[in-house]
Design a protein around this ligand. Structure first.
Ligand code: SF4
Length: 330
């Protein structure tokens, strides 16, 4: 019996089977981000972070991509695969981090710093990517900024926590960081992390660098409050690798709670606990089982990116893909 057969025989078997059949009929590949609902992750052909999924979208032979994630991710897939039909089951699935800077705001910022190199985290709209020199992921952000000549100013956007992590790592003074944040990650704060680390003294800490607590995690490690080797600042893909390699029995996870599903599948023997169980992205959770079915039945919601914008953004995204390690984005 295959994995697909096993899942098709679960309580949601009829839904699972219908989704897969409709996908076959549409010649569609189903991609799900790590923060999606567990049943969406399970029915997808591929689950991963936004970089890994973008790569799969570009390389897939399927004529349609159904992107179960948020809108900028589906836009990125369309930028990389302009000839394919890209669907997102609910086009209202936005992202507070991507919304924290517009293309107009970026143009004004660039005008204040002529000659600066613009580095954008992948959580940005297609319009912002079209004004970007190079995109980055949380895994390769340090490498990307380090590759820019030391005498060039850098404009880093939109995430202030990831930017602070890069600036601290490289000790780079001519790097300006946009004050954007994700409401989910900013809600995972240092006080909660400290309380959890104290309550679970033997647990490892997996922290996503977008989290408001990333600075606190580094401080805790630096101050000796938590042994440095217990704190790991990781992208979501990096968390899965670390889970498989870990000998810990308990791990505290500081990122969106959807990540726990993949971690528990990757290392079932480890007790994974969320630092903040309320850290759930309402946009990610708009992709419901019903929305996915509707999308496959009716071909909604199709994602369009202006071809001129897409062409400008593609170079920045392709540089990101060339430098990024698999499993390196949110
Ligand atoms: S968790 Fe935050 S950064 Fe990720 S999609 Fe949701 S709002 Fe955007």
């Amino acid at each position: 019996m295959t994995v697909t057969d096993v899942r098709a025989n679960t309580v949601d078997g009829a839904w699972f089977a219908e989704v897969r059949e409709l996908a076959r009929d549409r010649d569609a590949v189903l991609l799900a981000h790590n923060y999606q609902l567990p049943e969406i992750q399970d029915v997808a052909h591929h689950t991963g972070d936004s970089l890994a999924l973008s790569r799969i979208a570009a390389e897939s032979s399927a004529s349609t991509i159904v992107f179960c994630g948020v809108h900028f991710m589906a836009e990125t897939a369309k930028i990389l695969a302009p000839d394919k039909t890209v669907l997102i089951p609910d086009a209202r699935a936005g992202c507070s981090l991507a919304d924290s800077i517009t293309a107009d705001e970026l143009r004004s910022w660039k005008a204040e710093h002529p000659g600066a190199v613009v580095v954008s985290y992948v959580n940005t709209t297609a319009a912002v990517k079209s004004e970007t020199d190079i995109c980055c992921t949380s895994s390769n952000a340090v490498e990307v900024v380090a590759s820019i000549p030391a005498d060039r100013e850098v404009l880093f956007l939109p995430d202030q926590f990831l930017g602070a992590h890069v600036r601290r790592t490289l000790n780079r003074q001519n790097m300006h960081v946009w004050a954007g944040e994700c409401h989910v990650h900013a809600g995972i704060n240092g006080a909660e992390l400290t309380a959890q680390a104290t309550a679970h003294p033997d647990a490892e800490l997996f922290v996503h660098p977008e989290c408001g607590c990333a600075t606190s995690a580094l401080y805790l490690a630096g101050s000796g409050a938590v042994p440095a080797d217990r704190v790991k600042i990781l992208s979501t893909g990096g968390m899965l690798d670390a889970a498989r390699a870990s000998r810990a029995t308990e791990v505290l996870v500081a990122t969106e709670v959807g990540m726990l599903h993949q971690l528990r599948r990757a290392a079932p023997e480890i007790d994974f606990r969320a630092v903040n169980e309320r850290a759930s992205c309402r946009y990610m959770k708009m992709i419901t089982p019903e929305a996915l079915l509707r999308s496959l039945r009716e071909g909604t919601d199709e994602v369009h990116v202006d071809p001129e914008l897409a062409a400008r953004g593609r170079a920045a995204v392709q540089r990101m893909i060339a430098i990024g390690r698999p499993g390196g984005a949110e």
